[in-house]
Design a protein around this ligand. Sequence first.
Ligand SMILES: Cc1cc2nc3c(=O)[nH]c(=O)nc-3n(C[C@H](O)[C@H](O)[C@H](O)COP(=O)(O)OP(=O)(O)OC[C@H]3O[C@@H](n4cnc5c(N)ncnc54)[C@H](O)[C@@H]3O)c2cc1C
Length: 408
Amino acid sequence: MRKVLIVGAGQSGLQLALGLLAKDYDVTVMSARTPEEIRAGRVMSTQCMFHDALQHERDLGIDLWEADTVNVEGLGVSVAAPDGGRALDWFAELDHVAQSVDQRVKMAGWLELFEDRGGKLVIHGVMTSELDALARLYDLVIISAGKGELVQLFDRVPERSPYTKPMRALSLAYAHGVRPRPEHPDKMAVRFNIVPGVGELFMIPAYTLSGNCDILFFEGVPGGPLDCFDDRPGPAEHFARILDLMKQFVPWEYDRCRDAELTDAKATLAGGYTPVVRKPVGTLPGGAIVLGMADVVVANDPITGQGSNNASHCAATYLDAIVERGDRPFDAGWMDATFERYWEYARHVTEWTNALLMPPPPHVLQILGVAGQNPAVARRFANGFTDPTDFQHWFMDPALWEKYLAEV
Ligand SMILES: Cc1cc2nc3c(=O)[nH]c(=O)nc-3n(C[C@H](O)[C@H](O)[C@H](O)COP(=O)(O)OP(=O)(O)OC[C@H]3O[C@@H](n4cnc5c(N)ncnc54)[C@H](O)[C@@H]3O)c2cc1C
């Protein structure tokens, strides 16, 4: 039985671990935190996952919250006008529902499921210095430690990483009591609100420790008015500040939140990170090699809400590649090829996400405007969140957009 060590118990690490267990691999997961500590900890993400990524979980029988979690049926886009109104406002349905399960719920539940299904769980925050000794005990070591310090084992790839600093200041709060959008009270949707030059506000229906809720998630242009959480306010002040910013910049969303309250005292988060692509193979001081997965090797800004989706696709790709490898060694050539197989998908997500971090070019402004009148265009944009590889065919290139526009 081949032995695999997975360091990091997040979306990618646990999904892969549970997938390998089902194929009778001997799997050990090292997690920095126990399930109880994860549940009692701070929210980590907004993790809205679209159909194709959710399907990987369904295929493994690990979609434990499917029946309880509110279904996201569509995507709404609004653009703020200088007078506080909306220059644009439209809604499109997704072909299949999306869902967002608080990672505190999901990762704690998956850790317990992993143990129940016979996996070996070690609660330990791994240091680079320990990996040399560990690597000798396993056929394959995978580092799925997200944006933690272990990423330093993997070299940045400059030609795939155009940014050298965070492109958005992130701040969010999970809340109960947010009312539906009056325009579509029966349609649960991710609302993508753009405030030109200032940033974006996502409103995301989600499922947390205390049931269904909404996530208020600001992506602020650095140095702008939304970049105001460096003093790390307490939860009440953090929430009040988010509401104040909504009142000022996206008053139509603020109106839904007048009676809202935080879901719990750990339901706020602020920060930011630099989008980066890294080499997939890390060499330890003693010469052993390890394979990086998901955010370790491709960390995109959450502006397009793709990180957990990417992590799910990465775990599914790695699972197939490991099983296909059979008894042959997991050497550097195999590691590079396995990553490139994932990158064939992830590069499209990365290019689209990096593009959205820049001021929009004229053809993108035109797309958002045309989508308001043409449901086919709106629907294609919305469903691109499920399969971002589609954007290369029409969204990313003004000439391809012109061609598509002439056809619809
Ligand atoms: C504010 C915000 C909003 C986001 N919104 C979305 C969204 O709407 N949709 C979406 O798809 N994605 C979103 N993302 C991105 C998404 O959360 C991540 O891309 C995804 O969780 C990455 O999965 P992963 O498995 O690579 O790492 P993670 O899920 O981060 O898991 C890494 C795990 O490794 C552990 N770890 C770290 N170091 C060590 C160590 N040395 N030893 C042991 N364990 C260790 C960590 O504690 C963690 O449990 C968002 C991210 C942020 C920050």
